[in-house]
Design a protein around this ligand. Structure first.
Ligand SMILES: *Cc1c(COP(=O)(O)O)cnc(C)c1O
Length: 231
C-alpha cells in the first residue's frame, strides 16, 4: 500500500463520522509528507520541536501542524509563530508560556490539555485532580492568547481491547463533564483527541473527534525513534 492509498482509505473510513485525521509524520521524510499532502492531507502531527520547525520551513505553508509530544517551556518560542494546535499541554506554567508567545506573535494558540489515562508511568499528562485544579485557577481567564479546545489522551499500549476501551470511555466522560462545568458557553471546546494506529477504531466508538495516526499512514517507524520523546 502506498501512502496515498493509506490516506484515501482512512479518509473514506472517516467520511461518515465527524472525526478529524492527524497524520503523524514524526521521523518521516518531507517526501513522504508530500505524498500524503498530494492525497489531500493537510493536518500533520509531530512530537519534536526541532524536527517540526525544520519541516514547517521547507513544506507547503497551508499545512496545519499539531504538536503532539511533550513540550518544554523554553521551546515554545520556536513554534508559536505557526503552530495550529498544541495537543500536549500538561501544566499551567506551560499554558502561561504559550500565552506569552501567542501574544508576542499576535495570535491565539489552540491547545488541548493532555490527560494521563494509561497505566504506564512514562506517559505525560494531568491526572483528574490536577486538571480540575488548573481549570479552576483564576489565572486561566487572563490568558487571552490561548484557547483550550479540548483534551488529548494516549491509551495503554496493550492488546487488551477491553482495557483500552475503558480508558477511552473514562476520558470521554471527563471531557463531557469538563465541557458542562467549565466550557458550557464555549462552542470551541469541541476536540477530544484520542486514538492512534492500533486503537483508533475503539477510540471512535468511544467518542473521539480527532485521531492521530502514524504507522497506518506512513508505515512503521525505525525502532530507535519509537519512544516517548522530548519536544
Ligand atoms: C507517535 C504518536 C502517535 C501515532 O502513533 P502510531 O501508532 O504510529 O499511529 C499518536 N500520538 C502520539 C502522541 C504519538 O507520539
Amino acid at each position: 500500500m502506498s501512502i496515498r492509498n493509506n490516506i484515501e482509505g482512512l479518509q473514506q473510513e472517516l467520511k461518515s463520522q465527524k472525526v478529524t485525521l492527524i497524520a503523524v509524520s514524526k521521523t518521516k521524510s518531507n517526501e513522504d509528507i508530500l505524498e500524503a499532502y498530494e492525497a489531500g492531507q493537510r493536518l500533520f502531527g509531530e512530537n519534536m520541536v526541532q524536527e517540526l520547525v525544520a519541516k514547517q520551513e521547507s513544506l507547503p505553508k497551508d499545512i496545519e501542524w499539531h504538536l503532539i509530544g511533550h513540550l518544554q517551556s523554553n521551546k515554545v518560542k520556536y513554534i508559536a509563530p505557526f503552530i495550529a494546535m498544541i495537543q500536549s499541554v500538561d501544566s499551567l506554567n506551560l499554558l502561561k508560556e504559550i500565552n506569552k508567545h501567542g501574544a508576542k506573535n499576535n495570535r491565539v494558540i489552540d491547545c488541548l490539555l493532555q490527560v494521563h489515562i494509561a497505566d504506564e508511568e512514562a506517559k505525560f499528562g494531568f491526572d483528574h485532580a490536577e486538571l480540575i485544579e488548573v481549570l479552576r485557577d483564576e489565572a486561566l481567564s487572563d490568558l487571552k492568547n490561548i484557547r483550550i479546545r479540548g483534551l488529548m489522551g494516549i491509551a495503554t499500549n496493550t492488546d487488551n481491547e477491553k482495557h483500552i476501551k475503558e480508558e477511552f470511555y473514562e476520558l470521554k466522560m471527563l471531557f463531557d463533564g469538563i465541557k458542562v462545568s467549565f466550557f458550557r458557553k464555549e462552542d470551541s471546546f469541541d476536540t477530544l483527541s484520542m486514538g492512534m494506529s492500533s486503537d483508533y477504531t475503539i477510540a471512535i466508538e468511544q467518542g473521539s473527534t480527532m485521531i492521530r495516526v502514524g504507522s497506518t499512514v506512513f508505515g512503521k517507524r525505525v525502532i530507535k525513534h519509537f519512544k516517548a520523546s522530548e519536544g
